[in-house]
Design a protein around this ligand. Structure first.
Ligand SMILES: *Cc1c(COP(=O)(O)O)cnc(C)c1O
Length: 476
């Protein structure tokens, strides 16, 4: 026998209090103090209109027209509407330099410097020696030259901008010779042929996808050639029957014909990373020494700093680049310079880098420490996800990310969460992934092989208390 549900008392439009009456109610004061009158009145107006619509539709439960209930619902709506859109998350994807999660994390020195420079006037373009106008590039040029062995340096908003500017300043309506094996696309909108077109340069492709020879470059040089260019194959590797021409040889070919040779290095590491057990990657200094006339690279990849595009190389070419109007359009803010200077300065003391440069600290974190974290956190996560899932600590490989050394992997440790029941696990894992993403500080993992993987490389010990606290309650 089915019983009738108990009747619910409904309210009509006339039962809804006026805006002024709710505004004058004592519990409103806290909302007015927190959100200000403008937002509160607008929010309240919307809320009362919604109540009226529900009343007319015959579905307004009488309890909702009481002042306490209205204030409560309004508070929730205001909180939701005013939450910052940019939120911090836990990056447990296993990709350290994750472009969608903001790439490199700044070291404390850089953060402190940004706060100082943004809350007080600073000598951004003011020469403190002469009292005259300064150039914002001067703040980091000497340091960049010292660290790379280049004659001169400049900085723009990101490496894509650096490449665009370099091509426009040096190759407008002229030809740029690039190997077909290096016509890369880096994350969606950055494709070398497109950037080339936008910069006004004419791309001259040489060689084939897998093999390019010195003679290919030699034969491509003509009266309209502005430069020979090499591009780091950041996010893929060509293996098998391959041949490419190294920077030194392309530079020699270019110089023999009186044209410059440039390199888009992508990540641009400043020091040999093999000393910390990481894979070998040509440094900016190596590339300058090999004869490149200009090298461009990112600030927020392996370098570990803020988003920026750095250009280093021959003084006459840098001067030309700085005179190009695009330089002004692509210039960096003081925020960037304030962060970049202390990060570059850290490289003067390489012995401290693995501890102080956040990116390097994460990349070199020993697997045994990550495994210990997995063992410490397993029970917490198991309790939070409930008996419907099984949580196991398991070895995995992390990736550097952002196209750096795509074929190389770092031994790490993860919590692997699998659906405990029978049947297809996909839906259950997707649901769990959504719940973790919905936490106050979203936890971002990686779905693969019928498991949700939480790679703990980037969850440092100081992050653990916060991570544990929000998993204290079982997930819904
Ligand atoms: C990442 C990358 C870029 C783009 O750099 P952004 O700093 O993201 O603009 C350009 N070229 C190469 C080779 C890269 O690896």
């Amino acid at each position: 026998m089915r019983q009738n549900p108990s009747p619910v008392a409904l309210a009509g439009p006339a039962d809804i209090p006026s805006l002024d009456r709710v505004l004058g109610a004592a519990p409103m004061q806290a909302l007015l103090d927190a959100y200000g009158r403008t937002q509160v009145v607008a929010g309240l107006r919307d809320h009362l209109a919604a109540l009226r619509a529900d009343a007319l539709a015959g579905r307004l439960v009488s309890g909702r027209v009481e002042t306490g209930a209205i204030v409560h619902e309004l508070a929730a709506a205001l909180k939701k509407a005013t939450e910052p859109r940019l939120r911090v998350v836990y990056n447990l994807t296993g990709t350290v330099l994750h472009t969608n999660l903001g790439r490199a994390l700044l070291p404390d020195e850089a953060v402190a410097s940004v706060v100082r420079a943004l809350t007080a006037p600073a000598n951004l373009e003011f020469d403190l020696d002469s009292g005259g106008r300064g150039d914002r590039d001067d703040l980091i040029e000497d340091l960049l030259c010292e660290l790379t062995g280049a004659e001169a340096a400049t900085v723009v908003n990101n490496n894509a901008a650096a490449v665009l500017l370099m091509l426009n300043a040096l190759a407008d309506r002229r030809e740029v010779v690039v190997s077909r094996g290096e016509l890369v696309e880096i994350g969606g909108a950055f494709r070398i042929p497109d950037i080339m077109k936008r910069a006004g340069a004419k791309l001259v492709e040489v060689g084939t996808t897998n093999r390019t020879h010195a003679r290919d470059y030699e034969e491509a040089i003509g009266p309209r050639t502005a430069m020979l260019m090499k591009v780091h194959c950041s996010n893929y590797a060509i293996t098998g029957f391959t041949k490419s021409v190294d920077v030194a040889e392309v530079a020699r070919i270019a110089h023999a014909r009186g044209v410059p040779m440039t390199v888009d290095l992508g990540s641009g590491t400043l020091l040999d990373l093999t000393q910390w057990g990481l894979p070998r990657e040509d440094t900016v200094r190596d590339t300058v020494q090999a004869g490149a006339d200009l090298v461009t690279f990112s600030g927020d990849k392996l370098l570990g700093g803020p988003q920026a595009g750095l250009l280093v190389g021959r003084a006459d070419l840098i001067r030309k680049i700085k005179k190009n109007p695009l330089k002004r359009a692509l210039r960096v803010s003081k925020l960037t310079l304030a962060a970049l200077e202390p990060v570059l300065a850290l490289y003067r003391t390489p012995e401290f880098l693995p501890e102080r440069l956040t990116t390097l600290r994460l990349l070199t974190r020993p697997q045994r420490l990550i495994q210990a974290a997995a063992d410490r956190l397993r029970d917490t996560v198991q309790h939070a996800v409930g008996a419907g899932y099984a949580v196991q600590a398991a070895p995995v490989f992390s990736q550097i990310g952002s196209g750096a050394l795509p074929a190389d992997h770092l031994p790490s440790h993860a919590l692997a969460i699998r659906h405990a029941g029978s049947g297809r696990p996909g839906r259950h894992l997707a649901r769990l992934e959504t719940l973790l993403r919905g936490l106050p500080r979203p936890v971002i993992g990686r779905l693969a092989d019928d498991a949700l993987w939480l790679d703990l490389r980037c969850l440092e010990e100081r992050d653990e208390p916060g991570f544990i606290a929000q998993l204290a309650q079982p997930l819904a």
